[in-house]
Write a protein that binds this ligand. Structure first.
Ligand code: NAP
Ligand code: ZN
Ligand code: ZN
Length: 346
C-alpha cells in the first residue's frame, strides 16, 4: 500500500478537508497515475450530499481524472511511464457478462465498480480523483491524445462521454435537430460534440443568462424556457433531446417538442420519478429513454473525436481549498462551465 494525499469528506454532513488515503500496490495489470486535474461533476455533489442514498466515509469523490502515468505493473501493455492518462466513472467490471463483452462495461450485469463509493475486487472501498495518485487496471485507463490539454480533457472523462454516447447512439449528425436541455457541465460539452457531429443544435436553458455563449459553443439556437410560450412554439421540432437537468422537468411538455419518432434521452438524474401521459409517447411515436456514461472503447473514441475537432471543456480552475465553495456554486449554476481542481494544490 502507498499513502497518498486526498481531499474528501471525513464524516456525514462534513466539509472537504485534506486526508491521507491508501492506494493498493500495483498488480501486474495496474497503472499508477499521478493526477494533474480532477473535474467536479454534479454527480460528486449528489453523492457527497447523500442525495442518492447512504455512503461510506471518508468519501473522496472525483471521476473526471487526467494525469500522467508514473509506474506500470509487469504485464501492462497499453501504457508506459510518462503517458497522458485519464480515468472516468468506472475502475472495473466483471468483464464476462454479455454487456462487458460488448464493450458496454457501464451496463455490467453484475454492476460496474465505481471510481469512488464502490468496492474494488480487492474488497477495499474505492476512492476517487480528488487526490494526488490513483491505481487503476489498464483496461479502465484512457489515453488522452496530445491534442487536448489535460485540464480541459479531465471533464471529458465523465461529462464528455455521457453526452457523446447518447448523441452517437441516437444518430446526431447532419440533417438532425438536437436539443440539449440544461447548459451546465454536461450540457456545454454536449453542445460542442453535437455541433462537431454536424447536427443543428439548440440549447434549452432556463433563462437568458447564458445566451451569449451559445454561438461560441456551436449552437445554432438558444431558447430560454422560463417563458412557457417558448416551449409551445417549439412543439414537434426535434429529432433528439438530451436532458442533462439535475432537477425534475415537465416531461410531457418536453416530449411534445419531439418530431415523429423523436427520442428524449435523460442523462441528468431527476430526484423524483416522472409520470408520463400515454399520449405524450404514442402521439408522435416518441421514445423516452436514458443513458449512463459510456463503455471504455467508446470513451477512447470520444477522446479521439474531441482531439480531432479541437474540443475540450470550458473550465474554471480551482485549488483544493475552494472545493466546498465550488459545490455550492455548481448547485446554483454559477460556473462556466466546469470546475476543475488543480491536483498540484492537494
Ligand atoms: P450542472 O453543471 O449542475 O448542470 C445542470 C444544468 O441543468 C444547470 O446548469 C442548469 O442549466 C440546469 N438545471 C439545474 N437545475 C435545474 C432545475 N431544477 N430545473 C431546470 N434546469 C435545471 O450538472 P452536470 O454536472 O452537468 O450534471 C447534470 C446531471 O447529470 C446531474 O444530475 C448528474 O448527476 C447527472 N449525470 C449523469 C450521468 C449519466 O451517466 N447519466 C453522468 C454525469 C452526470 P440552465 O442554467 O442552462 O438551465
Ligand atoms: Zn460525472
Ligand atoms: Zn459485466
Amino acid at each position: 500500500m502507498r499513502t497518498v494525499t486526498a481531499y474528501g469528506v471525513p464524516k456525514a454532513h462534513g466539509s472537504f478537508e485534506k486526508l491521507s488515503i491508501e492506494r493498493r500496490d500495483l498488480g501486474p495489470k495496474d497503472v499508477l497515475i499521478k493526477i494533474a486535474f480532477a473535474g467536479i461533476c454534479h454527480s460528486d455533489i449528489h453523492t457527497v450530499r447523500e442525495e442518492w442514498g447512504g455512503i461510506s466515509y471518508p468519501m473522496v469523490p472525483g471521476h473526471e481524472i487526467a494525469g500522467i502515468v508514473e509506474e506500470v505493473g509487469s504485464d501492462v501493455t497499453n501504457f508506459a511511464v510518462g503517458d497522458r492518462a485519464g480515468v472516468g466513472c468506472m475502475v472495473d467490471s466483471c468483464r464476462e457478462c454479455e454487456n462487458c463483452r460488448a464493450g458496454e462495461e457501464q451496463y455490467c450485469l453484475k454492476g460496474n465498480i465505481g471510481t469512488y463509493n464502490g468496492v474494488g475486487k480487492d474488497g477495499q472501498p474505492t476512492a476517487g480523483g480528488y487526490s494526488t495518485h490513483i491505481v487503476v487496471d489498464e483496461h479502465f485507463v484512457l489515453s488522452i491524445p496530445e491534442g487536448i490539454s489535460l485540464d480541459v480533457a479531465a471533464p471529458l472523462l465523465c461529462a464528455g462521454i455521457t453526452m457523446y454516447s447518447p448523441l452517437k447512439h441516437w444518430g446526431a449528425g447532419p440533417g438532425k435537430k438536437v436539443a440539449i436541455v440544461g447548459l451546465g457541465g454536461l450540457g456545454h460539452v454536449g453542445v460542442k460534440i453535437a455541433a462537431a457531429m454536424g447536427a443543428e443544435v439548440s440549447i434549452l436553458s432556463r433563462s437568458d443568462d447564458k445566451r451569449g455563449d451559445a454561438a461560441a459553443l456551436g449552437a445554432a439556437h438558444f431558447h430560454a424556457t422560463g417563458d412557457p410560450s417558448v416551449l409551445k412554439s417549439l412543439r414537434g421540432t426535434f429529432d433528439l433531446i438530451v436532458n442533462t437537468v439535475s432537477g425534475n422537468l415537465p416531461i410531457d411538455t418536453y416530449l411534445s417538442l419531439l418530431r415523429l419518432d423523436g427520442v428524449m434521452a435523460n442523462v441528468g438524474v431527476a430526484p423524483e420519478p416522472f409520470q408520463v401521459r400515454f399520449s405524450s409517447l404514442a402521439g408522435n411515436r416518441r421514445s423516452l429513454t436514458g443513458s449512463a456514461i459510456g463503455g471504455i472503447r467508446e470513451t477512447q473514441e470520444m477522446l479521439d473525436f474531441c482531439a480531432e475537432h479541437g474540443l475540450g471543456a470550458d473550465i474554471e480552475l480551482i485549488s483544493s481549498h475552494q472545493i466546498n465553495e465550488a459545490y455550492d456554486r455548481v448547485v446554483n449554476s454559477d460556473v462556466r462551465y466546469r470546475f476543475v481542481i488543480d491536483a498540484a494544490t492537494f
